[in-house]
Design a protein around this ligand. Structure first.
Ligand code: UD1
Ligand code: CA
Length: 463
């Protein structure tokens, strides 16, 4: 049996932020959510999240995750004090307590699994993750016997110059035998440089306490500053990109591409340079995305091309071509084999298959049938300054260049709208609509300074 305590009460002073540190996002997910993801390979009996600074925000951010117990640490008196807060919740508990720092977001589930297994196999009182860092500055130093039995952990700021030479650092990831931890946890002292109750102080009184070196040092990277947040992001990006390339995705110039962990990409997708895939986005096989595109929380079907475009909260079906310079947003739904071209914006617009919007259009709150051809510069005037109104266009209808459809409006199927029309009333099927001022020609007209008064221009123009 294992219970988990995630320490997430600290402010994270070095972040210089109003947002609690553990809510800062790394690749589309908050640090603390990533820590929770690390529990995937174990089945914890209970999960405690210790909250304090900005606790409402932390509770809200984690509200969608089931079976969490939030424990309030009213004053942040240190990591040991934080773990003391779960004591009332674990009365009579005989299992192990896994403690994770909320600011160590890159831990892999396998690593946590191995830690817990090693702890059990050896019957340890405490087992903790360690690593040897070339630059261990800032981390607690772990002092061990040759058999990896921990004698002491000393925080960087409390170390003597000689102790600082020790490259073995404490990752902030521990598995404790709870009954044994209970013998020492309530008696922690705060006689250190920060006057805090350090969790690390318990190990010298627990036997045996064992250090386990992590295989990949990057996993235990702890985040205390924006600089480190950026470094963690870079590590995560490398991992994600390696994973997708191994799964059959081509990344052209990977350094210029960013992909959130929440994205799904099918094999034989090509991602071109300067492309960013965010949130709950999926890309179907055979699609070519980029260069220069940003896709967020959108579903892109197979065999599409998306070039220099921005797509959010939208769906693009198989074979569609988008861009260059298109913007799809607010639940745009693009049907199969549609073409969305240069400088086109779609907002809450649904397009049937084979419909083309090739140049310079805005379609908002619109529903278009199949094989519609939207002429260059066609605009849906969906907003009267107060409310948004819908536009409906039937199958195979062609809108002329620079036509304006004043919503609410329904245009039937097989309609042709003349160029430059301002269409304000509903249009039935199978017709031509011309709604513009008739052309007038003033024969012989000249500008005033060129006029010869003996030859005045004709007064009545020919239409
Ligand atoms: C801690 C360890 C250090 C280790 C490092 C690894 C201690 C004393 N030191 O140092 O040995 O090398 O992590 O990253 O544990 N927190 C609370 N309540 C508190 C204080 C902190 O919940 O009262 C939370 C913070 O929100 C954070 C985590 O505990 O998520 C770690 O706290 P932090 O102050 O960052 O500890 P470090 O100085 O990094
Ligand atoms: Ca830290």
């Amino acid at each position: 049996m294992v219970a988990v305590a995630i320490l997430a009460a600290g402010r994270g002073t070095r972040m210089k932020s109003d947002l609690p540190k553990v809510l800062h996002s790394v690749g589309g997910k908050s640090m603390v959510e990533r820590v929770l993801d690390g529990l995937a390979a174990i089945q914890p009996e209970r999960i405690f999240v210790i909250v304090g600074f900005g606790q409402e925000k932390v509770r809200l951010a984690l509200a969608h995750i089931p079976n969490l117990t939030f424990v309030h640490q009213a004053e942040q008196l240190g990591t040991g004090h934080a773990v003391q807060q779960v004591i009332p919740h674990l009365e009579g508990f005989e299992g192990d307590l896994l403690v994770l720092n909320g600011d160590v977001p890159l831990l892999r589930p396998e690593t946590i699994y191995t830690l817990v297994q090693t702890h059990r196999d050896n019957g340890n009182a405490a087992t903790l993750l360690t690593a040897q860092f070339a630059d261990p500055t800032g981390y607690g130093r772990v002092f061990c016997t040759e058999q990896s039995i921990v004698t002491e952990i000393v925080e960087h700021r409390d170390c003597s110059p000689a102790q600082r030479q020790n490259p073995r650092i404490n990752a902030g990831v521990y598995c404790f035998n709870w009954p044994k931890l209970m013998e020492v946890l309530p008696h922690l002292q705060s006689d250190n440089d920060q006057q805090e109750y350090y969790l690390t102080d318990v190990v010298k009184d627990l036997s045996p306490a064992m250090a386990v070196d992590v295989a990949d040092c990057q996993e235990i990277f702890g985040i205390n500053s924006r600089q480190q947040l950026a470094e963690a992001y870079a590590i995560l990006q490398e991992r994600i990109k390696a994973q997708w390339m191994a799964a059959g995705v081509t990344l052209i110039d990977p350094d210029s591409i960013t992909i959130d962990t929440t994205v799904h990409i099918e094999p034989d997708v090509v991602i071109e340079p300067q492309t960013h895939l965010r949130g709950h986005t999926s890309i179907g096989t055979g699609s070519r995305i980029g260069p220069g595109s940003m896709i967020e929380d959108s579903q892109i079907g197979p065999n599409t091309t998306i070039t220099f475009s921005v797509i959010s909260d939208s769906t693009v079906a198989a074979g569609a071509r988008v861009g260059p310079y298109a913007h799809l947003r607010g639940h745009a739904v693009v049907g199969e084999n549609c073409r969305i071209g240069n400088f086109v914006e779609l907002k809450k617009a649904t397009l049937g298959q084979g419909t083309n919007v090739a140049h310079l259009s805005y379609l908002g709150d619109a529903t278009l049938g199949e094989k519609v051809n939207v002429g260059a510069g066609t605009i849906t005037a969906n907003y009267d300054g107060y409310q948004k109104h819908p536009t409906v266009i039937g199958d195979r209808t062609k809108t002329g260049s620079n036509s304006v459809l004043v919503a609410p409006i329904t245009v039937g199927s097989d309609v042709t709208i003349a160029a430059g029309s301002v269409v304000r009333k509903d249009v039935p099927d199978d017709c031509l609509v011309v709604s513009r001022a008739p052309q007038k020609i003033h024969e012989g007209w000249k500008p005033a300074h060129l006029r010869d008064d003996t030859n005045p221009p004709s007064e009545s123009p020919t239409a």
